[in-house]
Design a binder for this molecule. Structure first.
Ligand code: NAP
Length: 244
C-alpha cells in the first residue's frame, strides 16, 4: 500500500515508524518549523496548493490511502484531505488523540476560539502564560503582560513587557510549576490539543490553583472516519491491504 501520512505530530512520527516495515509511507509536513523532528521513511515538506493541488499530488504519486495524523487544530489541511480524498475515491482515516477533560478540581474556562481566549485571559488582569503556538500569538498582542512559550520565534515583535521562552517540550510538572511560579502566572491559555506530551502544564496549573482558558477543538468534518490511537490507525491501514 502506498500511504500519504499527513503529519506534524508525535503520533504521526510513531505511525510512520510502525508502518515503515510493511507499507510504502510518505509523510508530509507543512514546513512551519525551522528544525522539524523528521519521521522515519520518505518525507515531503510544504503545502500541496489547496484541494486541487492535493488531488493532483495523490494522483501523481498513485496514493492508495491517506491517514491524516495532523494536529487537532490543523483544521484546514484536514478539510482539504476530506474533500480531496472524496473526490478521488481514496480512503481516508483521521487519527485524533483524545481531548483533555477537566477533573472536578480543575478551573477551566472553555472558549470557542482564540479571540474569546484573549478576552477571557485579559479579564483576570494577571500575567498570562500563552502556550498556543507561535502562529496564534498575534491574537494576544493586546495583553499587557504575558509569558509566551514557542518552539520558533514569532514573526513579529512581541510587546515590551512580555517574556518569550523558546523551548520544545515535553516538560515535566515540576518544570511547568517552576515557570508559573517564576513569572507569577495568574492564568494559563492553551488549546485543547490533548495527549500526554503537553499535559504537564495542566497538572501544574491545578496544583497551583491557576485557572486555565481552554480553547475548544474544531469539529471534524461530517462523516469522517476517525480513530484515537496509533495502533488503531495501523490496524486500519493493514486492513486495507488485506482487503485488496
Ligand atoms: P492548517 O491551518 O490546517 O493548514 C494550513 C495549510 O498548511 C494547509 O492548507 C496546507 O497547505 C498546509 N499544511 C498543513 N499541514 C500540512 C501537512 N502536514 N503537509 C502539507 N501541507 C500542510 O495547519 P496548521 O494549523 O498551520 O498546522 C501546520 C502543521 O503543523 C500541521 O501539519 C500540524 O500537524 C502541525 N501542528 C499544528 C499545530 C497547531 O496548533 N495548529 C500544533 C502542532 C503541530 P496547502 O493548502 O497549500 O496544501
Amino acid at each position: 500500500m502506498r500511504i500519504l501520512l499527513l503529519g506534524g505530530t508525535g503520533e504521526a512520527r510513531t505511525l510512520a515508524r510502525v508502518l515503515a516495515d510493511r507499507h510504502d509511507v510518505i509523510s508530509s509536513l507543512a514546513g512551519r518549523l525551522n528544525m522539524p523532528e523528521l519521521p522515519a521513511g520518505q518525507v515531503r515538506i510544504g503545502g500541496f496548493g489547496g484541494v486541487d493541488g492535493l488531488v493532483n499530488w495523490l494522483r501523481e504519486n498513485a496514493i492508495d490511502a491517506v491517514v491524516d495524523a495532523t494536529h487537532p487544530f490543523a483544521a484546514a489541511i484536514t478539510a482539504n484531505a476530506v474533500t480531496a480524498t472524496r473526490r478521488m475515491g481514496v480512503p481516508l482515516l483521521v487519527l485524533r488523540r483524545p481531548q483533555w477533560e477537566p477533573s472536578e478540581s480543575d478551573r477551566w474556562d472553555v472558549v470557542d476560539d482564540l479571540a474569546a481566549a484573549r478576552a477571557q485571559a485579559e479579564s483576570y488582569g494577571t500575567p498570562v502564560f500563552l502556550t498556543v503556538g507561535r502562529q496564534e500569538l498575534a491574537t494576544f498582542a493586546t495583553l499587557p503582560v504575558a509569558v509566551a512559550r514557542v518552539i520558533d520565534p514569532p514573526g513579529f515583535e512581541i510587546p515590551g513587557d512580555w517574556v518569550l521562552i523558546q523551548q520544545r517540550g515535553p516538560f515535566t510538572v515540576a518544570e511547568e510549576r517552576e515557570v508559573m511560579l517564576r513569572y507569577g502566572i495568574g492564568v494559563l491559555v492553551t488549546k485543547n490539543s490533548g495527549g500526554e506530551q503537553t499535559s504537564a502544564k495542566l497538572a501544574a496549573a491545578q496544583q497551583l490553583g491557576v485557572p486555565v482558558v481552554m480553547v475548544r477543538r474544531p469539529l471534524l468534518p461530517r462523516g469522517t472516519v476517525s480513530v484515537a490511537s496509533v495502533s488503531e490507525a495501523a490496524q486500519w491501514v493493514d486492513g486495507l491491504l488485506r482487503a485488496t
